[in-house]
Write a protein that binds this ligand. Structure first.
Ligand code: FAD
Length: 347
């Protein structure tokens, strides 16, 4: 058979296949892995093929997450952050660049938000039972809150570059660094960097509330992410966001809380009062180029409350979306910078 007839036969076979599959070329395969990390979950979805396939993707992502846990988990008594927290004051402690980026983001966001985000808030987080320590059986008293507040303050933490590494130093022995609020955003960014390094251009990375995306899904459409409605209705969502290559992070007070003597306590602590927030802002979502920055700012907005958060987002021209509890249910408010990312609602 001549080359021309072989290629004609191939063309016929392809035509037949297209007829059999409804005249549609098969969409590119989608790869999806998921797992547990940082006390929560991660999901990575690709519409490109990963070198080495799904198992290579899973092992690369989980190796990266295990390394991050060994650096910044306060739940692991042997991690770098735990050793720093347990260590003495005025003694430079060497940390790797990846961890320094997270600490620096914490320091910068703390300054920008006038201390609403404070990565030294750990003693208060632990006192209220939202860290590795057990939940309290009764509300911490004022003396315990005042004592914990004495140990908090970003001014008591110094980060200095030194060669390939960074030096972290605390001014008081009881300073307790808590990067929990930044871990998910940092992880989403690091997974996105891994995918870029592997030549992947179409992905959606979710580490709990922190999202990074690039390119399109396997149907060739831009990735869409739901902002969940804080109602008891499973699957209810408030809006759909098309991040278009930007990062999205959401913080909320409606999932991680407990009730004591009829009072609800959320895991977001206002460093100015030493107590969990009590206002009506139930969720804050931010879109920025990196998930780490978005993850820092969404928590800060949650500390501020609805009016102050909207004023801050407006002043700093942030793409911010707030869900506020009302007597009737919930209402959403967003800045003009957020509007272009909202998918049009079907009428
Ligand atoms: P976010 O709003 O992103 O952050 C809220 C958290 O930030 C609080 O829980 C508190 O820790 C801290 N915080 C509160 N107020 C402030 C403030 N004003 N400024 C700064 N920070 C504040 N959880 C587990 O239950 N088990 C684990 O094994 C576990 N391992 C982890 C390992 C790593 C590496 C990290 C980073 C976190 C881990 N966590 C673990 C914590 C968990 O992932 C979440 O961080 C936590 O549940 C809250 O995340 P969130 O996105 O719901 O809230």
């Amino acid at each position: 058979m001549s080359i021309a007839s072989i290629s004609a036969l191939r063309g016929l076979l392809l035509t037949l296949l297209l007829v059999l599959t409804g005249c549609q070329p098969a969409p590119p395969a989608q790869t999806r892995i998921q797992g547990k990390t940082m006390g929560t979950y991660y999901v990575v979805t690709l519409s490109d093929s990963y070198p080495g396939g799904e198992s290579a993707l899973k092992s690369d992502v989980e190796r990266l997450l295990a390394r991050m846990n060994k650096e910044i988990s306060t739940y692991d008594p042997d991690s770098l952050i735990s050793r720093f927290n347990q260590g003495p004051d005025h003694t430079p402690f060497v940390i790797p660049p990846a961890m320094a980026i997270i600490v620096q983001q914490g320091i910068d966001a703390g300054k920008l938000t006038d201390g609403k985000l404070d990565v030294t808030v750990g003693p208060l987080v632990n006192l209220w039972g939202f860290g590795p320590d057990k939940r309290p059986v009764k509300r911490p008293d004022d003396a315990a809150i005042a004592a914990a507040r004495q140990k908090v303050g970003i001014d008591k933490l110094t980060l200095t570059p030194q060669g390939d590494h960074f030096l972290l130093e605390k001014a008081i022995p009881a300073l307790y660094l808590d990067l929990s609020t930044l871990g998910e955003g940092a992880a989403a960014d690091e997974i996105a960097a891994l995918l870029k390094h592997k030549g992947i251009n179409n992905y959606l990375v979710e580490v709990a509330g922190a999202v990074r995306s690039k390119g399109n899904n396997s149907k060739g459409s831009p990735w869409r992410v739901a902002i969940v409605e804080p109602s008891d209705q499973p699957g209810a969502f408030s809006d759909i966001v098309i991040p278009n290559g930007m990062a999205l992070s959401t913080a909320g007070s409606y999932r991680n809380y407990y009730e004591l003597d009829g009072q609800r306590y959320s895991h977001i602590i206002d460093p100015a009062t030493g107590q969990p927030i009590t206002h009506k802002l139930v969720s804050a979502s931010i879109i920025t180029p990196t998930a780490l920055e978005a993850d820092a700012l969404d928590t800060a907005l949650m500390v501020m409350g609805p009016a102050q958060a909207m004023a801050f987002a407006t002043r700093h021209q942030l793409a911010a979306y707030l869900i506020i509890k009302t007597d009737q249910g919930f209402k959403a408010e967003f800045t003009p910078q957020f509007a272009p990312y909202l998918a049009k609602k079907k009428s």
